[in-house]
Write a new protein. Sequence first.
Length: 217
Amino acid sequence: MRFMRLLSIITLISLTILGCSNTGTQNKASDVLFSDDFSNSNKKWDQVSNSSALADYYNAAFRIMVYATSFNAWANPGNESFVDTRIEVDAAKNSGPDDNEFGVICRYVDASWFYFAAISSDGYYAIMKMTGTGTVPIGNASMLESDTISHGAASYHIRFDCVGSTLTLFVNGSLVDEQTDSDYITGNVGLLAGTFGTPGTDILFDNFFVYKPVADE
């Protein structure tokens, strides 16, 4: 059984797209900074299709498919910008390998400036940042395996908190990872999916919420 997997070198694709459901905490309507159930295109997520990846609305969800190997594609909302956020989304593997990655972006400025938290269908996780030289894992040298992340599960609820310099990942309501980094302060939110050695990652996202963090969380 693998306990560590080296991170792939990510070939970038600029999908510039707009981008939570509840994990047991109570949220007031006034705490919602941004949301989308993808029932229509009024939030103006980009729709991109090329030989490497697809990002588009699909059956009241948002779909990211990746055809190339060792490749990540992402999507974020056009003119949104936030400082401290709690981002939540439901994500499901529609098809493709369990050896995949998918997750949530915060503080996106451009293709070389953002944080993201990712998990895989075979139980791995990482918190990372994109830089001008590629992906840099925060706190660990690789994606790590967690018993919290069920293998081959139909769907996952992902929560990514970006509050001050603290970056925290929850999966299905359980704390999976927490790291510290102060390089990026503000920016957009978004969604990400990618491949490692096997192409065909196909992820559906729904119930995307950006909340104002609650002080006592």
